[in-house]
Design a protein around this ligand. Structure first.
Ligand code: IPE
Ligand code: IPE
Ligand code: MG
Length: 242
């Protein structure tokens, strides 16, 4: 174990709302897309850092259902970055024994991106280290709406008894089925909102907000968040670092 983690409880599932790419770029007089590019590098680094720390699940918000409303130019640039980094992720995942999973509604993407997502999941599915979950075209309300449609279709077809539906049934019908709820949620760049992220799953999650812009996020920032998490009086979740 890394020595500065000694005695710290490592959250089993860390979820991140990466924010501030645009402001990071603006501060430097650069186009927003440069902020996104730098942000992708930070995502790569964070996957490696989290894997080394012994975090079991890392879920990162990459593109929300609302983000389609941004300019065509910005959306196009984000799609290009996504294509490129998906390829790189294949390598990083195998080097670090990382399993990749995507949540969100993928059918809205171009076919080559859908193929890339499917390939990434298939080729990393047997890796036993960190599970890296990327939320793309993800919205918590959209996720719940899709789950409700499936469950009600099952009820209408007589496969499911409405009276038998429990919280576990709903959790199991979400994109995150089988993934434990986040223990710690980090949002960068100082915003105090959930922006439609994991709205069902964060019912009992600890929130940590940092002013740091996402491209500047690093191991020290993550460690600060984990220390803050350790200082909270919390009843559930987490695995002891060893
Ligand atoms: C987060 O950075 C990345 C995405 C939402 C894709 P932003 O693009 O939201 O950056 P700011 O909030 O404008 O600084
Ligand atoms: C949330 O960030 C979405 C992602 C990080 C992908 P935004 O920057 O899009 O959120 P708002 O618009 O400030 O709520
Ligand atoms: Mg933002």
């Amino acid at each position: 174990m890394e020595t500065d983690l000694e005695g710290l409880q490592i959250p089993g599932h860390v979820a991140i709302i990466l924010d501030g790419n645009g402001r990071w770029a603006k501060k430097r007089g650069l186009p927003r897309t440069m902020g996104h590019k730098e942000g992708c590098v930070t995502v790569e680094k964070t996957v490696e850092i989290a894997a080394r720390m012994g975090i079991r699940y890392l879920t990162v918000y990459g593109f929300s259902t609302e983000n389609w409303k941004r300019s065509a130019e910005e959306v196009g640039a984000l799609m290009q970055l996504f294509r490129y980094y998906m390829m790189r992720l294949l390598k990083i995942a195998s080097q670090n024994n990382v399993r990749v999973r995507m949540i969100g509604e993928r059918s809205r993407f171009d076919q080559d991106i859908i193929d890339g997502i499917n390939r990434l999941e298939a080729e990393t599915k047997d890796n036993t280290g960190l599970t890296f979950v990327i939320a793309v075209n993800y919205g918590g309300r959209d996720e719940i709406t899709r789950a409700v449609r499936r469950l009600t279709a099952d009820c209408a077809a007589g496969r499911l008894d409405p009276a038998s539906i429990t919280e576990e049934t709903i959790s199991g019908a979400l994109d995150t089925a089988g993934i434990p709820d986040p223990d710690l949620l980090i949002r960068t760049s100082g915003e105090n909102r959930l922006s439609n992220y994991l709205i069902w799953q964060t019912a009992y999650t600890e929130f940590y907000i940092t002013d740091c812009y996402w491209p500047d996020f690093n191991r020290d920032e993550l460690l600060r968040a984990i220390r803050a998490y350790n200082s909270r009086d919390r009843r559930y979740g987490g695995v002891k670092a060893q």
